[in-house]
Design a protein around this ligand. Sequence first.
Ligand SMILES: [Zn+2]
Length: 415
Amino acid sequence: MKAIVADYVLDVNGLKKDVAVLIEGDIIVNIISSKNIGEFDVDEVYGGKGYLLIPGLANAHTHVAMNRFRGFGDDMPLDKWLNDVIWPMEKEWNEEEIYKWALIGIAEAIANGSTTINDHYFFAWQIAKAAKKLGVRAFIGQTMMDLVDMPIADPKLGFKFFEKWKDKDSLINATLAPHATDTVSKDLLMETKELAEKKEALIHMHVSQSREEVLRVKEREGLSPVEYLKNTGTLKANFIGVHGIYLSKEEVKLYAKSNATLVHCPVSLAKLEGYVGPILDIWKLGGKIALGNDCAVSNNSMDMILEMKFAAILNKVKNNNPIMPTAKDVFYWATLGGAKALNLKAGLIENGYLADLVLINTRKLHFLPRENMLSHLVYSAKGSDVEKVFVGGELIYDNGKFLKTDELRKILDIE
Ligand SMILES: [Zn+2]
């Protein structure tokens, strides 16, 4: 049995002090006072004084390989960014490069405290290979488009990847990933929905991420994007929509009532659209919210700790309201919110939950006075405070080292 010892153990249900979390296989089996550890059959101990243990963060929407394009096309409108910068570069991708950059993107996510990623991209099989190499928990969908000329987004590839990877691996989970409401036809959306129902799969899709998308869907379907999704029967518990920034009041209500999750990517959409969506309105009505970084081109980091701070601050500004969202709200979105969206028994530090855990070193000036750990985590911490990352009880990252592969050392030219 493994034990992780920490001065502070924090999840959305609260804080425990001087605790040891016991792990058998990939599951948390007991939470005890750290002074009683000698009474249990423990053969590996991690952590100790000065540590904060939190559930691993779930990056519920990302495109890890896009780390390749970091720094390209900053400070441009979204449509121009996609059409003039991103899509032309994406047409040049080859398998080897995708694998290498997926490895880099996932490694950066892990090093900043993510134990789960939900990726949406091309050459998904290479992203699965990179995820497997590093040991992260990964939900991966091959991007499908049929209304844009992009051979690497041919829907056939998406269905093929899904069939090959669905339920084949304990850490890699295949999803269905139609690109967005304006780039995918109704026929393809319906085909995806029916397959998802049959195979109990998740659908991961961009929704209302630009004004142009809303106009195109209205013109084509006579409905706004969320109404259209609702009408097709797509908007339900297995649906993970992303962004949803241009929603009418009616769409906010529809979304909140639907049981579908909306993934909020505050930094990315503030940077690409200069806008924050009605996330807080959906949340207040009882809707399901998770958090994502989107990608290192539009973000420009993979740091989900920083993302929590931006989520809190940008929504306070959007609503001219300093009270909501609270630190606890955004911590929920980044942990339990993501886990619920992905049907994972994770995001809490409780018996029976997956041992996807992150140890943070609080022996830093910005953690003083160590009197409100939730506040310190959301408003003061940064990804670089993460010291150890466990996925399914296995230590996969330790102080800058990725323990399951040395490929990163070669890429970064470390001896
Ligand atoms: Zn995206």
